[in-house]
Design a protein. Structure first.
Length: 109
């Protein structure tokens, strides 16, 4: 299996510093996502009406913390994806958008 490349948006990096007490857990979860982004992650299509997260996926850090990301090979096929930053990157790329408490992560804060 081909490992995915990772790109980290500024908001993700800023929030990673903000939640430094969970930094180790977040990094381990990111590595598992890079290995296989479809295992133990969920599509956020159910939240699209409320939060407009078409094309995004999330992964749990713990009961309240989430990582929000897009998989380029997946979101390129969704014309309504607002968070598709996949131009000029390979399909096997994951773009990590944010990390944080459930409500803030899904609000992209």
């Amino acid at each position: 299996m081909i490992k995915y490349e990772a790109i980290y948006e500024k908001l993700f990096v800023r929030n990673l510093r903000r939640y430094s007490s969970l930094k180790g857990r977040i990094k381990r979860r990111v590595e598992r996502i890079i290995d296989n982004p479809y295992v133990n992650t969920e599509s956020l299509s159910d939240l699209t009406k409320r939060l407009n997260l078409i094309g995004c996926r999330s992964a749990r850090i713990d009961q309240n913390f989430r990582i929000v990301f897009v998989i380029c090979e997946e979101c390129r096929n969704l014309p309504d994806c607002e968070f598709c930053f996949c131009d000029n990157v390979p399909d096997k790329t994951i773009i990590f958008l944010t990390v944080g408490p459930h409500d803030k992560a899904y609000a992209m804060k």
